[in-house]
Design a protein around this ligand. Structure first.
Ligand code: B12
Ligand code: SF4
Length: 451
């Protein structure tokens, strides 16, 4: 069958990111024998829907897979919804390819499938990972069957089909985004109260073949000269033996690459950080969230303040730049816990801090159930329109508190408060060939942006 995958994402903050999920389903569909193209909206600006229409009219696909990554930008107090853009693309697809079955998928869809089925009215939707189920759906459509409107993929072994990166403009992503991406495993067994990742990827850790992940890195290096990567695993360091195997393989092949990964402070040992640094890792982002015992507990984190301090010190000793991601104003936050978190994090002198304000609520999370118990909103009402959990004790002062912190620290980044000034600055950096995570430049950036 002729299949067009539409990668809808156009967000360029903090960087344009390779639509790895769209490439994965495209790769699986191609491996199943279909003729597959990807229409990537990322660099098409306002012309995306019009160009998509033209390409569909020429290709005449029998199936169009619309891949939606982000619901909104999660930025309290002025969150931006991507729904209007998705509606324009869906409309363009229906107009230019009325014969095609429209199939919806992607992380945004998985978080709230019923809502997006209602909003975008596709013929089918696949919640969860798409490789296996999309190929199955194509076979069913080809056989003239009438598959169900909604399929929920059950997380199975890590798919063996490679992402179809050759159908994307990888050079453009590397030039404008400063890094490519790779996934070494899926799934997270931790139970953080607000987190959607277990909903998206399941609770069991499922490993990619180390060889396959490193093949992808090596091929991007050889074909595109791309030496900077972001490992998209929710927590790269779990399980530690798999993380170590990935590092060992990079070392064995003597690949000169520079990469960044998300880490959980939980159970992290200095030996892994040292091995990562030897294998080309330049920086790590800790999913720390808070550094006060009360808020760590309310967020369901599996580590304590001492461990946050240890992993920061070990990262520095290993020669890794490190950032802490924080959530300020979430459950059980008070002015005292805010002060405690800030004081601990300041003491660590991280290279950067990312602080989100409040917690975007999603269905099927413990925090959504708590919000319902507290009378904030019923879980069943949560959907595409973002609703944030903000502790009552700080709700009136949170924005002001964050603005003061932003003014005090040139390397603390508040996506909800920044607007577009960073984007302009970062584009200039990228145009000058700067690669890797831009937060490594943050202190200098803020000084320039303020001037
Ligand atoms: C890594 C990551 C980042 C990195 C990306 C680095 C990089 N170079 O790639 C960084 C830090 C830059 C980032 C930034 C942001 N991110 Co982010 N990110 C992730 C993360 C952890 C993994 C994404 C990934 O690559 N997954 C691997 C691919 C293979 O999986 P996938 O895309 O889901 O695709 C699978 C399925 O969805 C499905 N599928 C996909 N497309 C299709 C299409 C069809 C037709 C079908 C059938 C199936 C299908 O099959 C695929 C293969 O199994 C996810 C959380 C998660 N665990 O998914 C959040 C996530 C995608 N991010 C999210 C958000 C919000 C953002 C930001 C907007 C946050 C911000 N304000 O800065 C920005 C936006 C950046 C941008 N340009 O779009 C949200 C999106 C949902 C939402 N709340 O709106 C997520 C889900 C996290 C969350 N909060 O729940 N992110
Ligand atoms: S916040 Fe990180 S460690 Fe916690 S459940 Fe989510 S992915 Fe897992």
């Amino acid at each position: 069958m002729r299949v067009m995958i539409v990668a809808a994402n156009q967000e360029h903050k903090p960087d344009p990111v390779v639509p790895l999920g769209a490439a994965c389903v495209a790769g699986a569909a191609r491996a199943a024998g279909h003729e597959v193209r990807i229409f990537d909206a990322c660099f098409k600006g306002d012309q995306a829907a019009a160009e998509l229409g033209q390409q569909l009219a020429g290709f005449k696909p029998e199936v169009v897979g619309l891949s939606i990554r982000n619901v909104d930008d999660v930025c309290w107090p002025r969150a931006h919804s991507y729904l209007p853009h998705y509606l324009r693309l869906a409309q363009a697809i229906r107009t230019a390819a009325p014969q095609a079955s429209l199939v919806l998928g992607g992380s945004a869809f998985t978080l709230m499938p019923e809502r997006f089925l209602q909003a975008l009215a596709p013929d089918h939707g696949i919640a969860g990972e798409g490789e296996h189920e999309f190929a199955r759906l194509l076979a069913a459509l080809q056989a003239g069957e009438r598959p169900a409107a909604l399929t929920r993929a059950v997380p199975g072994p890590f798919p063996t089909t490679a992402p179809a990166l050759d159908l994307l403009d990888i050079d453009e992503y590397y030039r404008r985004g400063g890094a490519l991406n790779v996934q070494t495993r899926r799934g997270c067994g931790f139970t953080c109260s607000y987190c959607t990742y277990p909903v998206l990827e399941g609770r069991n850790s499922r490993r990619n073949q180390v060889d396959a992940a490193v093949d992808q890195v090596e091929s991007c290096l050889q074909r595109h000269g791309a030496s900077h990567f972001f490992v998209v695993d929710n927590t790269f360091n779990h399980p530690a033996d798999h993380a170590a195997a990935f590092c060992d393989e990079l070392l064995r092949r003597e690949l000169k690459v520079n990469w960044t990964a998300y880490l959980s402070p939980a159970g992290l040992e200095p030996g892994l950080l040292q091995l990562m640094a030897r294998a080309g890792c330049g920086s790590v982002e800790f999913g720390t969230d808070a550094a006060a015992p009360a808020t760590l507990a309310a967020l369901g984190k599996s580590f304590d303040v001492t461990q946050i301090q240890r992993v920061s010190q070990w990262s520095r000793q290993a020669g890794l730049k490190f950032a802490h991601s924080l959530i300020l104003g979430g459950p059980d936050e008070t002015p005292e816990t805010l002060a405690e978190t800030v004081s601990v994090i300041e003491g660590l002198k991280p290279d950067a801090v990312f602080a989100m304000l409040g917690v975007r609520l999603y269905p099927n999370t413990a925090l959504a159930r708590r919000a319902e118990r507290e009378g904030l909103i019923r879980e069943s009402e949560l959907g595409i329109e973002p609703v944030f959990y903000i502790s009552e004790a700080v709700s009136g002062t949170l924005e002001e508190f964050a603005r003061a912190l932003s003014a005090k620290h040139s390397n603390w980044f508040f996506p909800g408060l920044e607007g577009d000034r960073w984007l302009r600055f970062w584009r200039r950096r990228r145009a000058h060939g700067v690669r890797g995570p831009l937060w490594e430049w943050m202190a200098q950036a803020t000084e320039e942006a303020k001037s």
